[in-house]
Ligand binder design. Structure first.
Ligand code: R5P
Length: 292
């Protein structure tokens, strides 16, 4: 391990120069992966836009019944036409997603905390690789707590899932967790996203922050951005527009869709930004027209 003293601060991100190893397959960092991995990534990232609208409804894995997600069986079929990927637990997906809905599946495979804990950073791998295969998962999502008490176990979980995924050509989604004591700075997200990418994940989920384009430039796999707490619709659309403009390859949005008064129209508006190049203002106009 390098001596930490006297390390220079990374700053030469060359954000205007596109990722170089980009011949052959359109998903960042996936050129050297096999057919099965590339097929799953194509189920996640639309081959035309290269981007993805992931709908996150895995909140129940530690929050239980969440406002807006009380009736997954009613919500999910309505949203299906407007999103690329369903991100949820195996319990929610098996029970509430009719198998004839042909969406990508991001399967939440780590678990172990609940809202009743102060420290959420201690998790285990809760889903066998065989069950991910049975569910035809397009990626397996693992929460990763860099800098938190549970860092070691979460990196252990992440490594086990990546190793299993490599055996069966199923990508791993490294989910950068933000604990309550962690500063949401670009310094933290640069550290966390790069560690997770170097562990070997095929895609990373993180949050927006200052200098987001530098985080994208330094991360050799695609980044999708979480929506976070519920915002007024124009602000949530601005978040989506900002991160897509700065190089995110999609959003993995939950509350800003399912807690909207109009989740279907909100999902459509987000997709306009992610896939069709709409600005946030154009997408909001679309949203207002759609709800009236
Ligand atoms: C995080 O790991 C959660 O389980 C959610 O998937 C994530 O936070 C995205 O949902 P939201 O947009 O509501 O933050």
């Amino acid at each position: 391990m390098a001596d930490k003293d006297g390390l220079k601060v990374a700053k030469d991100y060359k954000v205007d120069i596109p990722f170089a190893n980009n011949e052959g397959f359109y998903v960042k960092g996936a050129n050297n992966l096999d057919w099965g991995m590339q097929k799953h990534l194509s189920n996640i990232f639309n081959p035309k836009s290269g981007n993805s609208v992931m709908f996150a409804f895995d909140h129940g894995y530690f929050m239980g019944s969440t406002a807006g997600l009380e009736r997954l069986d009613l919500l999910l079929p309505k949203l299906a036409p407007y999103v690329d990927v369903f991100m949820g637990t195996r319990g929610a997906i098996r029970t509430c997603v009719p198998p004839q809905i042909t969406k990508g599946i991001a399967l939440r495979v780590s678990s172990g905390s609940s809202m009743l804990n102060d420290d959420l950073s201690h998790e285990v791998v809760a889903v066998d690789i065989e069950d991910a295969i049975r569910m035809n998962a397009d990626c397996m999502a693992v929460q990763t707590f860099i800098g938190a008490d549970g860092q070691l176990s979460s990196i252990d979980n992440l490594s086990k899932v990546i190793n299993a995924g490599m055996r069966y050509s199923i990508p791993t989604l490294g989910v950068v967790a933000v604990g309550k004591d962690m500063a949401r700075t670009d310094r933290f997200f640069k550290l966390a996203t790069r560690i997770v990418a170097e562990m070997g994940v095929q895609l990373v989920k993180t949050y927006n922050c200052d200098n987001f384009e530098e985080i994208v430039a330094a991360c050799p796999v695609p980044i999708v951005v979480a929506g976070g707490k519920k915002l007024p619709e124009p602000e949530a659309l601005n978040l989506a527009y900002t991160v897509i403009s700065k190089g995110a390859r999609g959003v993995d949005m939950g509350r800003n869709i399912f807690q909207s008064e109009h989740p279907v129209e909100m999902a459509q508006a987000v997709a306009k930004i992610v896939h069709e190049g709409f600005t946030d203002k154009e997408a909001y106009e679309f949203y207002l027209d759609a709800i009236h």
